[in-house]
Design a protein. Structure first.
Length: 415
């Protein structure tokens, strides 16, 4: 039976396989004749691919939009440039699948060139007193309260770690912050989860989603409120957060396909992977821009140029920032190593997920954080996760569906 994209499904087609939500709850059973209401619900739940057959079991499906050989060839040429830093690895099954997906996106013109992340001309950025290179930790200390998480998050962690705390105690802390409460409820009622019924209270969300999982989401929404407005003069924050949200959504899908339990943690690690770059933009806007320009002109990885310019990379700064926030080692390690899991004996699922998600996010080009090409990949990370390359299309499409919802929730311009 054909596997189809949701946007190609029409009323009357018959579902060939059960559709369930991430928790395994049945949403639409196999054999259901799909209606317009069902198709609208699929979008709400974030279902991007499904198995169908024709209304009379004739397996007829709406044909895909045709792409000429010439357009596809041009798409492959553009895609090859995206993977310029991974030329020696393109025969790996992961890259074969990802390159084909990206080439088709280019061929169908479903993706546009990313905008420059500078929202004002470089010469208008003040560089007076810009610091010389020092340690990553000193760079984090220099931003002071700019890089401080809201107090409600620290209170939440204290309550969660208390042996006698309950879901009600967690809900009471979250409810102190009206903005945090609203965003969390919108997340748990979005396609990010796909729960069939409305969740109206934080207590209910805690019960259904889980305390630790809700804390991860609270961390995500807290981090996005720290830097946003203060850096709009030197970096396009919408592009940055779109890239980060998409990376987080892809990381969550990778964790889901791998069968992990706390996929929200994967989402947060993907969301935070480039947060150190915001510290660099805050403390050294001119030199940070120079690193991006030099990397683009020379075709080198941004991390290599950062190491020359600063003596450390944005990943090192990100780890130092997360350490200043007292976040768990697992988060810090994933952020520090998201550009290179190193040797096989140092691999872990969380680090590999963050690394692979970063490669996919840069290749697909939803938003932009700095890299023009996909960074060099450690293919051992993909091999370690033991995932099927055929699932990449679903992972990417569902990640895009989720990022649209999340962008709306967090007030990020996705236009």
């Amino acid at each position: 039976m054909p596997r189809m994209s949701r946007r190609d499904v029409t009323a009357g087609m018959v579902l060939g396989r059960d559709i369930t939500n991430p928790r395994g709850q049945l949403l639409i059973p196999e054999g259901t004749a799909l209606t317009e209401k069902h198709i609208s619900a699929l979008q709400l739940w974030g279902i991007t691919l499904l198995d169908v057959r024709g209304p009379e079991d004739d397996a007829t499906v709406k044909p895909a939009v045709p792409v000429s050989k010439e357009a596809l060839e041009r798409g492959r040429e553009r895609a090859a440039a995206v993977f310029a830093l991974n030329r020696d690895q393109l025969s790996h099954p992961f890259f074969e699948a990802l390159l084909s997906h990206v080439a088709m996106r280019f061929a169908r013109d479903e993706i546009t060139q990313p905008t420059e992340e500078a929202s004002v001309p470089a010469e208008t950025v003040s560089v007076l007193g810009e610091p010389r290179a020092r340690t990553a930790g000193a760079m984090v200390k220099a931003v002071g309260t700019l890089g401080s998480l809201p107090m409600v998050y620290h209170e939440l962690i204290q309550v969660v770690n208390h042996p006698l705390s309950s879901a009600t105690d967690v809900a009471n802390v979250i409810s102190k912050d009206v903005g945090l409460t609203a965003r969390l409820l919108r997340i748990v009622n979005s396609a990010f989860y796909g729960f069939p019924g409305g969740i109206e209270t934080v207590s209910r969300a805690t019960t259904i989603v889980g305390t630790n999982e809700l804390c991860e989401l609270a961390l995500a929404t807290s981090v996005m409120s720290v830097f946003d407005r203060s850096l709009r003069a030197v970096v396009n924050m919408s592009q940055f957060w779109l890239h980060s949200l998409f990376c987080g959504s892809v990381a969550r899908m990778l964790g889901k396909f791998r069968g992990g339990s706390n996929t929200e943690r994967c989402f947060v690690m993907g969301l935070l992977h480039d947060v150190g770059r915001l510290v660099l933009f805050s403390e050294a806007p001119r030199r940070t821009r120079e690193t991006l320009d030099m990397a683009a002109e020379s075709g080198r990885p941004v991390c290599d140029v950062e190491r020359e310019m600063f003596g450390f990379t944005h990943a090192d700064v990100g780890e130092a920032l997360l350490q200043s926030w007292n976040l768990p080692p697992i988060h810090r390690e994933a952020v520090r190593r998201h550009h290179g899991p190193l040797s096989n004996r140092e691999l872990s699922a969380d680090v590999c997920i963050a690394h692979v998600a970063e490669i996919i996010a840069n290749a697909v080009r939803v938003g932009r954080s700095g890299d023009l090409a996909a960074p060099p990949m450690c293919v051992a990370a993909w091999d370690y996760l033991n995932l099927n390359p055929d699932d990449l299309q679903t992972i990417i499409e569902e990640g895009e569906t989720h990022v649209r919802d999340l962008a709306s929730i967090f007030g990020v311009d996705a236009s």
